[in-house]
Structure formats: structure tokens, C-alpha cells
Design a protein around this ligand. Structure first.
Ligand code: PLP
Length: 380
């Protein structure tokens, strides 16, 4: 039993073979995609092929895609004051309370022009509260994630989009965790702006994209200025190999989505059945639609930092649902927003599966959890 069980796919996914092949080939290209000569054109072809692949994975057009150096940068690019639609300018930002830290940071919005929309006990946005926030000021940019990185809870994005648009606002959707784990059609969702990241779907780390689906949107000043790359929306010579890997991963993830989600969902059910067989184990957001690969759970008395190490010693890679800063583990902002008691929230453990997860990995995880719970029982 020396092979490890990697169950932390929401942190990052192993590289897909298709992405590796595409990246190795792209690394052989000498040209700069902005150059007009043959070498440059060959590199440009790779970038544009990937643009089409990435666009197709989210039901967008190639022209909608702006490549960035990851999801964090795409979020920062989206969260910029000054997006204009039909003559209205979004000068304030509303985010849900369970967003990723790269959204909660607010991009380039000053803190006084930001507000938060609460979620219910299952981590789902309160749409009435969103409506009230929108009514309480001028046109807003709203940022709502498609699926949460800790609980996997899927947000009612189409309903939120209707509310945002009726109020004259603009909707940004962070779909980083949703890509490759549920079907995404950016337009059907009603997302004006949509963030995705390569490394959660088996592409390279440090590559992402902002998808701008609304052609009538007028751009504010981009985050990174300089050369005219990405049609003046994101300066800097393109990471050609990374983009090629992103494109290949996006195509493979989209093609395999039905079979991969079925596989993950079946294994997750087995995992959860095994976990809750241990008295006192609770699973978060289980009552609402979730990604098929994510389980966040806790058992009162077990602390996440100890549990993650114990799992690791058993050969199982999982993560804590808590934030660790300066050696002190704090309950995650997501569980705090769901009003979970802090003494339970500090023990939250996230297990996230992927397309190559095996039944043996699940069994190993359950055995490790049983062992931990036994230690706790004996200590009582
Ligand atoms: N948004 C969500 C929901 C995420 O889970 C992550 C990464 O964990 C990000 C954004 C940031 O993406 P990246 O790691 O590509 O910067």
C-alpha cells in the first residue's frame, strides 16, 4: 500500500496527458505570437486553437476569451470599477459571503464601495438580500461563484443573473471549481463575465481566462497594460505552452464530462456513506446541489490541522476547510457565513475527487477517518 491517494483535486488537479503533449509541442515553437513571420504565426496558431478549445468548454465564442495568468488574475481583471453596459457604469461591487479570497479581496474596488450578500445555512446565496443590496444604490458589478471550493455548493446563478440584470447591474461568475465538474454555458447562466482556471481541470498552473460574453460591455482600464496582446485587454507576451496546455485540458475535460462526473459522483456517494457511518460525522451543504467531487465534513473534537497530518501519514492527501495564518487555524469564512459553530468549523476537512480517483483511494480515506475517530473516542 505504498501508492498515495490524492484526494485534493479542488486545490489542484494532476496534469492531463493531453495537456502535457500539447505543452511539450508548444515549447518547441520558437516564435512570438505577435510576430508576423512564419515562426510567429505558428505560435499564434497554437494560441488561437486553444482559445477556441477554451471557449467551446464554456459555450462561449473564441473572441470572448482573454487569457490570464490564472483564476486569481482573471478575478482581479473582472473586479475593476468602470465596466459599462447600456450607458450605465458599475461603480460598486457586491460579492457573496462565500467567494474565494481572490474575489473577497475586491480587485480594484475600494473597500467603501464593496458590500457582501449573505448565504443560508447550506452556503447558498440569499437572493432576496441580493435584491435589497442592488436596490440600495447605483448600478453594481455582482460577483457570484458558480460552485464553492470548500463545500462544492452550486449557486443559483441564472436566478441571480435575472435579478442583477433587472437592476441594471453586471454579473461576474467565478467558475473556477465548476469547470470540468458540471456543464457550463456562460450565456445560458447569464454571466457577463466568467472566470476559469487551467490547473483545476488538469491543465498547467498559472493559466486562466476571463470570458467576456456580453459584446456590448465597455471595458474599463485593464489590469496589466503595455503591449497590445489579447486585443489590448491583457498585455504581455502570451504563455504559449501554458495556453496550449489549457486548451487541450479544456477540450478533454469537456469531451469526458459526462463519464467523469458520473464516476466522481458514484465514488463520492460511497465515500459519504463510509464517513457518516462514523457516529457524529456531519457533511456540509449536502441538502443542496453540489459538485459531484467535493465533500466537506467534520466531527466535533477533531481539529483539521491534526486530521490533515493524520490523513497524510496514512497516505491520503486531503485539505482542511479552515484557513491557517501565522500558525493559528481559524474557521473558514465559508463555514462562518453558513453560521456553523466555530468549534465544529475548525475541524472541517475537504476531500475532493477527480476523474482518476479509484475505489481503493476512497476506502483508504474511510479507513483513515475511522482510525482518527477511534483515537478521539479513546481520548474521551
Ligand atoms: N476561484 C476559486 C473558486 C478557486 O477555488 C480558486 C483556486 O483555488 C481561484 C479562484 C484562483 O485560481 P488560481 O489558482 O488559478 O489563481
Amino acid at each position: 500500500m505504498s501508492e498515495r491517494a490524492y484526494l485534493d483535486w479542488n486545490a489542484t488537479a494532476p496534469l492531463r496527458p493531453e495537456a502535457l503533449v500539447a505543452m511539450l509541442a508548444a515549447l518547441e515553437e520558437a516564435g512570438n505570437p505577435s510576430s508576423v513571420h512564419a515562426e510567429g504565426r505558428a505560435a499564434r496558431r497554437l494560441v488561437e486553437q486553444a482559445r477556441g478549445q477554451v471557449a467551446a468548454a464554456v459555450g462561449a465564442r473564441a473572441d470572448d476569451v482573454v487569457f490570464t495568468a490564472g483564476g486569481t488574475e482573471a478575478n482581479a481583471l473582472a473586479l475593476t470599477p468602470g465596466w459599462q453596459l447600456s450607458g450605465r457604469t458599475a461603480e460598486r461591487l457586491i460579492v457573496s459571503a462565500v467567494e474565494h479570497p481572490s474575489v473577497l479581496a475586491g480587485g480594484r474596488f475600494p473597500a467603501e464601495r464593496m458590500s457582501t450578500a449573505p448565504v443560508n445555512a447550506h452556503g447558498v446565496i440569499d437572493l432576496d438580500a441580493l435584491k435589497a443590496r442592488l436596490a440600495a444604490g447605483g448600478p453594481a458589478l455582482v460577483s457570484l461563484m458558480l460552485a464553492n471550493n470548500e463545500t462544492g455548493a452550486v449557486q443559483p446563478v441564472p436566478e441571480a443573473a435575472r435579478i442583477v440584470h433587472e437592476a441594471g447591474g453586471i454579473l461576474h461568475v467565478d467558475a473556477v471549481q465548476a469547470l470540468g465538474r458540471m456543464p457550463i454555458d456562460a450565456r445560458a447562466l447569464g454571466a457577463d463575465l466568467l472566470t476559469i482556471s487551467a490547473h483545476k481541470i488538469g491543465g498547467p498552473k498559472g493559466n486562466g481566462a476571463l470570458i467576456v460574453t456580453e459584446p456590448a460591455l465597455r471595458w474599463p482600464v485593464p489590469l496589466i497594460r503595455g503591449g497590445g496582446q489579447e486585443r489590448n485587454r491583457r498585455a504581455g507576451t502570451e504563455n504559449v505552452a501554458g495556453i496550449a496546455g489549457f486548451g487541450a485540458a479544456a477540450e478533454a475535460a469537456a469531451y469526458n464530462l459526462p463519464i467523469e462526473t458520473k464516476h466522481m459522483s458514484a465514488l463520492r456517494s460511497e465515500l459519504e456513506a463510509g464517513l457518516i457511518a462514523i457516529d457524529g460525522t456531519m457533511i456540509f451543504s449536502q441538502q443542496v446541489p453540489r459538485l459531484p467531487n467535493t465533500t466537506l465534513f467534520a466531527l466535533k473534537g477533531i481539529r483539521a490541522e491534526t486530521a490533515v497530518i493524520a490523513f497524510d501519514l496514512e497516505g491520503v492527501a486531503v485539505s482542511s476547510g479552515a484557513a491557517c495564518s501565522s500558525g493559528k487555524v481559524q474557521a473558514s469564512h465559508v463555514l462562518a457565513a453558513m453560521a456553523i459553530q466555530p468549534e465544529i468549523a475548525v475541524g472541517a476537512i475537504r476531500v475532493s475527487l477527480g476523474p482518476t480517483t479509484k475505489k481503493a483511494d476512497i476506502n483508504r480515506c474511510i479507513e483513515a477517518w475511522k482510525k482518527l475517530a477511534n483515537v478521539l473516542r479513546k481520548a474521551k
